[in-house]
Design a protein around this ligand. Structure first.
Ligand code: SME
Length: 170
């Protein structure tokens, strides 16, 4: 069993070291995505939602997250998440109400950052973070989240794209 401790010191290197340890354990990718969402959610201040959506065909499907129940399906090209998929770039939205087509899952959200999860040129999902504070996310947060996303990308590659090693529950 992995020793899980949320760092009291929220420096990026500390958070990423914790993430590296989680991802080094012999757990299924699905399990590690759940713990990664928890770690990042509890390590960042002033966030109300953090999680992953996984790309299945042309739809983002809700994956492991922390926060209120959220939209379960988002089409590629829709909202901030779907735009990040199509444009294959990090979206930083200082004011979600000013983003055309923003999908409001939690009325409290005021700003958002979405980082595409990638395997080479292929996008396999997004890492999505919402804050109740306008303009919450600065360059340091974006760098942290992009480094975290790159670690998830590496782990996904190592897992051969399988959320579960046997790809079935029973
Ligand atoms: N706001 C996102 C939808 C996902 S929720 O924030 C969890 C969007 O516009 O794509």
């Amino acid at each position: 069993m992995t020793d899980i401790s949320i760092p009291a010191d929220p420096r990026p290197d500390t958070i990423l070291a914790e993430l590296r340890a989680l991802l080094a354990a012999e757990d299924p990718l699905f399990t590690q995505l759940a713990n990664a969402a928890s770690l990042l959610y509890w390590s960042l201040e002033r966030v109300n939602w953090l999680g992953v959506y996984l790309l299945h065909g042309n739809q983002l499907v809700l994956g492991p997250f922390h926060g209120k129940p959220a939209c379960t399906l988002i089409a590629a090209g829709s909202g901030v998440c779907g735009t990040a998929v199509v444009e294959k770039r990090t979206m930083v939205v200082p004011d979600v109400q000013a983003f055309p087509g923003h999908i409001a899952c939690d009325d409290a959200s005021r700003s958002e950052v979405v980082v595409p999860l990638r395997s080479g040129e292929r996008v396999w999902g997004v890492l999505d973070v919402d804050s109740p504070v306008p303009d919450r996310f600065g360059p340091g947060d974006v760098t942290l989240l992009e480094r975290a996303a790159a670690m998830l990308d590496q782990r996904m590659l190592a897992a051969g794209g399988k959320l579960f090693p046997l790809d079935t529950l029973c």
